[in-house]
Design a protein around this ligand. Structure first.
Ligand SMILES: [Zn+2]
Length: 382
């Protein structure tokens, strides 16, 4: 076994203890006092590890903390992203208690992503105790609203990411402790059709049927699908009409779009923005657009993953690739062109589900991997 693996294996009890402490902080995204509490606690741990910790106050969600090591060192910073909020409402611990059984820890937010916070802190601690901190700035940004879309942290994440050479996201690992080298991006649209109301019995010919117009638009939208290439265009909600005996004057469609490639986002966006009416006299207006770009499995991603895989191999770990249809904060940074690796957290099952669990034996392996990546990463190879 490598020196690194053996070193972090010895730290397993401390890692598990810290993970339990973090899970006992319930931290739903929209409960500011609760997310403030865990943010302050984690900021304190970083300060104990020698970081300079900056607080970015937020009025509606928990304060963001940015921990920096090696400020002033040469070289581009590595930015690590970790969110402290969970999808679970306050009080969930009463029905879904923290529970350790064999090698598994159950509890709300344990996997997504309190285990990732533990891995990041432990990697920093290990490097510091071994006197192996690399000669470059290391940043960890802890936000508190990822699970609800990062509206209050997206700008800061992007501001820090463009100054960094690489971004690593502590979301849970994919199956088999794989990194996530792709995530789909999201676009959302509302398509509103307008027609003309008229009595459905007395003068149907005088009306313009906005529901029929919406039906035409729904079929046009459906034809934009390219599922083999990972692009889905789903009309998910349709509403229209005002009464059974009235030709409907208006209708709306809601559209959910997911894509693996930025080029696909552009193709679909152009098509949707240029939708026009089919029925004479009808109107079509489109609102919405691209929300998050994809974490794209492009050349840059393959180079970044290749380097991570080599570093993993140097400590005897085989690193695989995986992905996710869901988005993370990594989507924002990848869309800016910053090399982004995701899924550096621990292994487990059931994120956002009642059986959420962390497989504890993966914790030391992930800390060893992250520590070695922090020490050995070569920005010039990106
Ligand atoms: Zn997460």
């Amino acid at each position: 076994m490598s020196d690194y693996l053996a070193y972090f294996q010895q730290r397993a009890p401390e890692m598990v203890a810290l993970l339990k402490r973090l899970v006992l902080f319930e931290s739903p995204s929209h409960e500011k006092p609760l997310t403030d509490a865990i943010s302050a606690f984690v900021g304190g741990l970083c300060a104990d590890l020698g970081a300079t910790v900056e607080v970015f106050p937020r009025a509606e969600v928990g304060d963001i903390r940015l921990a920096r090591w090696n400020e002033g060192a040469p070289g581009q910073p590595i930015l690590i992203l970790a969110h402290l909020d969970t999808v679970w409402p306050a009080g969930t611990l009463a029905t879904m208690p923290l529970r350790e059984e064999d090698d598994v820890l159950y509890g709300p937010g344990a996997l997504d992503m309190k285990c990732g916070v533990v891995v990041a802190l432990e990697a920093l601690r290990g490097l510091r105790d071994r006197d192996e901190l690399p000669a470059r700035p290391l940043w960890i940004l802890f936000n508190t609203d990822e699970e609800t879309g990062s509206q209050h942290s997206r700008e800061l994440i992007c501001t820090m990411a463009v100054q960094a050479g690489v971004v690593w996201v502590m979301e849970p690992a994919a199956d088999g402790e794989a990194l996530k080298t792709w995530r789909k991006g999201i676009a959302r649209y509302t398509v509103r059709t307008t027609g003309r109301a008229s009595h459905a019995g007395q003068a149907p010919e005088a009306g313009i049927n906005a529901v029929i117009e919406a039906a035409h638009q729904a079929l046009t939208l459906h034809r934009l699908n390219d599922l083999p290439n990972g692009t889905s265009v789903s009309v998910t909600v349709i509403q229209g009409g005002i009464a059974t005996n009235v030709i409907p004057p208006e209708a709306t469609l809601q559209v959910d779009v997911r894509f693996l490639k930025a080029s696909e986002a552009q193709r679909v966006d152009r098509a949707i923005q240029s939708l026009g009416p089919v029925l004479p006299g009808a109107g079509v207006t489109v609102s919405g657009g691209i929300d998050r770009g994809p974490l794209e499995r492009n050349e840059q991603m393959l180079r970044a993953f290749g380097q991570a895989r080599e570093i993993a191999a140097s400590i005897g770990l085989e690193l695989r690739e995986g992905g996710s249809g869901g988005a993370s904060d990594g989507n924002f940074t990848a869309a800016l062109g910053i090399p982004t690796l995701d899924g550096l957290g621990a292994g487990g099952l059931g994120a956002h589900a009642a059986h959420e669990q962390v497989h504890l034996r993966t914790l030391p392996r992930r800390a060893a991997l992250l520590a070695k990546m922090l020490r050995d990463w070569d920005m010039a190879r990106l």
